[in-house]
Ligand binder design. Structure first.
Ligand SMILES: [Zn+2]
Ligand SMILES: [Zn+2]
Length: 193
């Protein structure tokens, strides 16, 4: 009988210790879980206290009511949303009609605004404002009038003044030199020697 009593006592103590450890683990798990879902430290402590008092039903209640996302999940989601937004914003828009356009397009299909032009030498697409090609360093000024798409666009009238502006630049040099252009040339040759 004594052996049985001590055996029962050991079993009871063992069961008690296991239950206590389980209870403690439940509280710690609930507290940590709440910490990963909320920045509110008091809420985490309250969850721990609730699980400590209500034990397993308290844990179920907590699992049912806890915030759906952990803080890191929420952060990741906000990063993804931001990246998506940025992608949408970074897509180029037509300056004429604000429609979304492809970076490879030379003209807007909706309003025919010229968007880009190919380099006359290497055919890379260039911004209209670029005067030299960044790929092959070829000057783009003299190739402007050859642009067939510009000539068919109804925006030619707005873009047309550009080539004269370039030729005006040449002319601007000319009037100063035109009077004595003959004397200008030899001077240039002299400078070289
Ligand atoms: Zn357009
Ligand atoms: Zn080029």
């Amino acid at each position: 009988m004594e052996n049985l009593d001590s055996g029962l006592l050991i079993a009871l103590v063992y069961g008690g210790v296991v239950l206590a450890a389980f209870w403690l683990a439940m509280i710690i798990w609930a507290y940590r879980d709440m910490r990963s879902r909320s920045r509110d430290g008091i809420a985490s402590i309250l969850v721990g206290i609730m699980v400590a008092i209500l034990t397993i039903p308290g844990l179920f209640i907590y699992i049912m009511l806890r915030p759906r996302e952990t803080l890191s999940e929420a952060y990741e989601r906000s990063l993804e949303e931001e990246a998506l937004l940025q992608e949408i914003e970074e897509k180029p828009h037509c300056p004429g009609c604000a429609q979304r356009v492809d970076p490879d397009w030379q003209a807007c299909p909706t309003c025919h605004t010229r968007l880009k032009r190919p380099c006359a030498v290497c055919n890379h697409l260039l911004e209209l404002s670029w005067e030299i090609c960044p790929y092959c360093a070829a000057s783009q000024n003299q190739y402007m009038p050859d642009d067939t798409v510009i000539n068919t666009s109804r925006h030619i009238s707005r873009r047309a003044p550009e080539p004269p502006a370039i030729s005006n630049k040449w002319l601007a040099n000319d009037p100063t030199a035109s009077a004595d252009s003959a004397s200008d040339m030899p001077q240039y040759v002299d400078d070289n020697y």
